[in-house]
Structure formats: C-alpha cells, structure tokens
Design a protein around this ligand. Structure first.
Ligand code: PLA
Length: 426
C-alpha cells in the first residue's frame, strides 16, 4: 500500500471510530486513589455516624475543617492592601515566600542560609515540590549516577508514582517493623549501605506517613554517616513541620543536622498541614548547594523544569504564608495555633488509647500513644478495614492508617467500639 493509500485508510478508520463509538473506547476505568478516594466514599455514605479518618486533614473537636486565625487575618490584610494585584508571579514564585520558607526549614543561623547557597522555588504544595525536584534530579544528576530512588517501606503512596514519572527506578529500604511496630533501624541501615552510590534517598523529615515512627536523634546521626559514606543524595520530604512536636524548629532537626554537616540536599516543604492551606497548594522546593554560584545555576534550571509544566505558581496561598511567617504578630499567633493542633492530636491519641483499653481490645495498643504526627498505623488487616467501612461507616485507607486529626473526644469512643468489633470478627 502506498503511503497515501495508507493515510486514506487511517483517516477513514478514524472517522468511522468517531461516528460509531469513541476514540477512547479502549480506555480502562482507573481505580480510585487509595487516599483521596476515601473522601469520595465518605461523601457518598448517607449514614449519619460516618467518620472520615482517611486523608490527613485537621478537624476541630466539632469535626469541622479549621481555617487558622493567623491565615484569616493575613488574608484580610492582603485584600485590604491597595498594592495587591493579580499579575503573574515569576517562574520561581514569590521571592519573599521562598526566602521565608527556606529560613523556616533551615533556621536563620544555618550556614547554608548565611552563605546564600540555597536555591528555592515556590511549588504546588509538597507534591509539586517532589515532582519538580524529581524531574530536576532526573535531568541534572551527573550522567554516571544511576536514576534510582530509595523509598521507605511503607511510604506515602504517591512517592512511587512521582519518582517513576520522572524516570527513576524505585527501590525500597526497610523502615517499619510490623512485629515491634517500631523502626527496623538495622534493616534500614543495611539496605542503605547496599545502595549504589549516587542513588537518591527519600527521607521523611518528621512524622513519617503512614507509620508515625521517626528515627531517634541518635539514629539520625547514624543515618547522616550512612548517607555521606554511601554518597547518597538526600531528598527530605517535609510535609509535617510543626505537626510532630508542635515546635517548628524541633521538627526540622533532621534536615538541619544534614545541612549543618555540609551535605548538599533537596528539600520539599508543604504548608498544607502546618498552616491548614491544603487547597491553596503552597509549598517550596529547595536545593542546598555547596556554593552560591552553584545555587544560582541550579535555580535557573529549576525554572526550566517549571516553565513547560505550569509556567508559574499560584499567588494567593504563598502570599498568605509569607505574611504569616513574616509578620511577627501573625507568626506568634500561628505558632500558638500550630501547638494547639499538635496538642489536640496528642490528646486524641490518649482518648483513643484509653477507650481501647477500657474495652479490653486484645493486643498492646501503646503504639497509639507513641506514634508521631497526624496518623496512627494500627496494623489492622485489609478485611478488618473493609468491615470498618461497610459496617461502621468509619472511612480509612485500607492499609490500616487512621488520621488522628480527624477524630474528636465525641467520636473516639465510637471508633474504639468499631475497632473492638472488627478485631473480633474479621
Ligand atoms: N508528602 C507526604 C509524606 C504527605 O503525607 C503528603 C500529603 C504530601 C507530601 C503532599 O501534600 P501536599 O501536596 O498537599 O502538600 N499526604 C496526605 C494527603 C495528607 C494526600 O495523600 O495527598 C495524606 O493523607 O497522606
């Protein structure tokens, strides 16, 4: 068949396809997202007792979403500002936000901040920071380095897809020990020691999702050694700064340890949780470099990653976050509210634990008290989780993770009753 005839046939087939059916007839129904899909299931559930303990989103004691007072105040100031406009932001985002975000993470006295050797770009929250960071690494790691990323097992479900989309081979390192419900530190170190030099090492800066298990300060020091001896490229995902202990500085200790030791690293930050800016998509990506000169060139390349992806970031969330971080009064108010949120989550751990113990639910539930951050990783099996959803209308991810931030003193007894039941029957 001549190329012209072939073209003719293809055109006819294409038109016939459109007339008789859809060009997308072959497209398969995708499964719902394992985390975000939980909220859809919860929305569709008509039962009045229903609980959404899936996505990590903070709720008040009344079960309502919470807009921080500091955020409301910043938003009012922005609206009242006659200089406010809706022009495009630079490709790298709001410069003041970027400066304040990296300072929040690394600390004002950080050698990297003092020496101006951090390249920061605004990102579409934590996910966007990871995505742009992965793309940058995939393009700019030295060509002799492997494109391999090591993720903790388990980890936040989206990590795998983000790095795979950027062309990385995804490998796991041991992290959680189901038996002790603690850190498998020996396994973790062994796996990292076996990683090829130049591999990227993804670390959760604090409040590991989904396990709620973090390395101790002493273990972080050892991880620093393993990382630098193995010549691994650390990529810190910091989605919960302030949510682990209630203190922003304390929660950044792991990242600061690595930076202060002189390592180059990549850092993703999210303001979704610690400022309650979930839907505003406010985040930052920083690359800590050896020198100011390198950082300047890195930033120019980060812009080349961003421009064809989404051109430049949205302004509102970053403007809010910049005001909250930059205005001393709003900053104090924010820190107070952040401590309040972290404390309420800790209180929910105690309330749930007491309720489980009061019901004599079999097993040692002390991990509920010990785990750090927003989540409790309960060890419940998939059938038990499915029963929680279908019989008790408690919506959670099927790996047994529950968002403690979605619980209240009123709903905790109901959850304990539901857990007691599914542990017996599934
Ligand atoms: N990194 C980790 C470890 C996370 O847990 C999340 C969010 C992100 C990054 C990205 O957050 P952001 O893009 O909204 O800033 N994890 C949530 C939500 C809270 C989600 O899955 O998108 C969770 O429920 O696990």
């Amino acid at each position: 068949m001549s190329p012209e005839d072939r073209m003719e046939v293809l055109t006819r087939q294409f038109c016939a396809g459109q007339v008789n059916g859809s060009t997308w007839d072959h497209v398969q129904q995708a499964p719902p997202d394992p985390i975000i899909g939980v909220t859809d299931g919860w929305r569709a559930d008509p039962d009045p007792r229903k609980l959404n303990l899936g996505v990590g989103a903070y709720r008040t004691e009344e079960g309502k979403p919470y807009v921080l007072k500091a955020v409301r105040e910043a938003e009012q100031q922005i609206l009242a500002d006659p200089a406010m406009n809706k022009e495009y932001l630079p490709i790298s985002g709001n410069p003041e936000f970027n400066r304040l975000a990296r300072t929040l993470a690394l600390g004002l006295s950080s050698p990297a901040i003092q020496q101006n050797r951090v390249a920061t770009v605004q990102a579409l929250s934590g996910t966007g920071a990871l995505r742009v960071g992965a793309e940058f690494l995939s393009t700019h790691l030295p060509s002799s380095f492997p494109r391999i990323v090591y993720l903790p097992s388990p980890t936040w479900g989206n990590h795998k897809s983000i790095f795979a989309k950027a062309g990385f081979q995804v490998r796991e390192y041991r992290y959680f020990c189901a038996g002790t419900r603690g850190l498998d530190f020996v396994g973790m170190v062994a796996d990292l020691k076996a990683a090829p030099p130049g591999s990227v090492l993804l670390l959760h800066a604090c409040a590991h999702n989904p396990t709620g298990v973090d390395p101790s300060p002493e273990q972080w020091k050892q991880l620093l050694e393993v990382t630098s001896e193995g010549r691994l490229i650390p990529f810190f995902d910091m989605a919960y700064q302030g949510f682990a202990s209630g203190d922003l500085d304390a929660d950044a200790a792991s990242v600061r340890l690595f930076v202060d030791a002189g390592l180059e690293l990549v850092l993703g930050q999210s303001f979704a949780k610690n400022m309650g800016l979930y839907g505003e998509r406010a985040g930052a990506l920083s690359v800590v470099c050896k020198s100011k000169d390198v950082a300047t060139r890195v930033e120019s390349q980060l812009k080349l990653v961003i421009r064809p992806m989404y051109s430049n970031p949205p302004m509102h969330g970053a403007a809010i976050a910049a005001r909250v971080m930059g205005d001393p009064k709003l900053n104090e108010l924010w820190k107070e509210e952040l401590r309040g949120m972290a404390d309420r989550i800790k209180l929910m751990r105690k309330v749930l634990y007491d309720q489980l113990v009061a019901r004599n639910v079999p097993g040692d539930w002390s991990f509920v008290l010990k785990q750090i951050g927003m989540f409790s990783f309960t060890g419940m099996t998939r059938p038990q989780c499915e029963l929680l959803v279908s019989k008790w209308h408690v919506h959670l991810t099927l790996d047994g993770r529950i968002s403690m931030a979605g619980l209240s003193a009123t709903t905790a007894p109901y959850l304990a009753e539901a857990i007691a039941d599914v542990i017996k029957s599934a």
